[in-house]
Design a binder for this molecule. Sequence first.
Ligand code: SF4
Length: 343
Amino acid sequence: MTEGRKACATVYLRGLNWIGDAVLSLGALQGFKKIHPGISVTVGAPPATAGVYRLSGAVDAVIDPPRLFPGLRFDAAVVLPRSFRSAWESVFLSERRIGFASEGRSLLLTDSLDYREWKERHLHQSTYYERLFQALDPATRFETPRFTFPDAAIEEARVRLRSLVPEGERVLAVNPGAFYGRAKTWPAHHFVRLLDALLREDPGLHAVLFSGTADRPLALDILRRLPHPRLHSVAGELTLEQSAALLSFCEALVTNDSGMMHLGAAAGRPGVALFGPTDPLATGPVLPKPPERGPGIRVLSVPTACAPCFLRECPIDHRCMERLEPERVRDEILRLLKGKGWE
Ligand code: SF4
């Protein structure tokens, strides 16, 4: 721990509001806990992401930030979001408050990091979280985020899977949605062509459509266009933790750039992530690092002059996604299913 500071036994971590960001933040926390296993970490997270933190073996407790009660104190608070409110909350929780300076909140933080300097370097988002934990201990190194599933969650997922797919048959997880906006979604007609080809080519393969409630209509549209006995849907039916546990049983994942992509990666599944208007160098999935093995999730995209635009809706013809051909995605998935990994 940083010299000249009093010993730290308890840390409060203000969690993030987006699922993908929350999953990425686990990598820095894991790296910190690896060198400080005795430090207790309590995460304050909104309901949308509390499940991410509950699935981390590096987290000791998860609480709902609005329910923080007087008298709760920690030796240090690491504030992951850049909002004023999250820094303000931390004032009541710890004398030592670590966060990036933005939204005029540097006076609320005792360890205020330079956000502009970090932003100008165009680094991956994982380095943002690593920097925050390095303020607690400079030896912290980002680790590949990984979930730890309770036995009951694994058993529940096994039962659910058996209700859809016979024992011994392989499952491809498919996420056709992206909560951020339509611009990030690969067109439904491409998903239909991809699944039609894969299910024809591999008679032992099933595909299961995953998504949150908001994207359920997208999944149902694909089911309607491709009624097939080996195409199933759990879209909008599962909690975040149930989705992650079920993903851990799947052979591979094909997904848009979304929270589900990061859930699949943290569940240890390989796959293909389809990127259009966003930047995989900034928020792409983290690949397994040695000694871990496995191909991880590979990014597929097509060079497009207007990308990355970061828009929620495409103002032109959505060429960044339309031109990403299903045949290319099929070839990559088949290579994975045959155990060949990536070239
Ligand atoms: S403007 Fe370009 S990068 Fe953005 S969504 Fe449309 S096609 Fe994709």
